[in-house]
Design a protein around this ligand. Structure first.
Ligand code: ZN
Length: 176
């Protein structure tokens, strides 16, 4: 069983408080991957920042963003979750830390995870770390993840490959 994990494709990360123009190019690719996953009966999981309104640890570094219950914390309209998808809120970089994600994947017999979304070198990286520690086989489409800069993106991908053995691939290869 496979799971497509869509990380932080939220209004605040794409067009809001921490807007990332580079995220635009990955939107159609993630949509393609999500449609293919739903058609194949694979899991589609949104791993979404959902911070407390005040005092969350990340705010010292990034400022307030993706506060639970606000429009900024909602998935961008282009990728809105569909019936049957799962939404797993998180308050740290990793989608696994302090969340229901590992249990959800285990309950569905997931062995392979496809990581997409933002950012290659931050939340994707930390989620990849925990996916590796938990024994999942990891695929990362290079055109399905992004970062604030090309350097962050390229170095982020290289790290995922070298350190976690992630298979760096493309959307077209994954939906073929
Ligand atoms: Zn955050």
């Amino acid at each position: 069983m496979k799971a497509l994990i869509i990380i932080d494709m939220l209004n605040d990360f794409v067009t809001g408080e921490l807007a990332c123009e580079r995220a635009q190019r990955i939107i159609p690719n993630i949509r393609r991957l999500a449609e293919a996953a739903r058609a194949a009966g694979d899991l589609v999981v949104f791993s979404n920042d959902a911070h407390l309104a005040e005092g969350d640890a990340e705010f010292k570094i990034w400022g307030p963003h993706a506060i639970a219950g606000t429009p900024g914390a909602q998935v961008i309209p282009e990728l809105a979750p569909q019936p049957g998808d799962f939404v797993v809120p998180k308050r740290r970089y990793s989608g696994f830390y302090g969340t229901d994600l590992n249990l959800l994947l285990q309950e569905h017999g997931v062995k392979d995870v496809i990581l997409t979304g933002l950012h290659t070198n931050i939340c994707v990286r930390h989620t990849c770390n925990d996916a590796f520690l938990n024994g999942y086989t990891i695929f990362v489409p290079e055109d399905g993840v992004e970062a604030f800069t090309e350097k962050d993106h390229v170095e982020g991908l290289d790290y995922l490959k070298r350190v976690y053995g992630a298979h760096i691939t493309t959307t077209s290869e994954l939906v073929a």
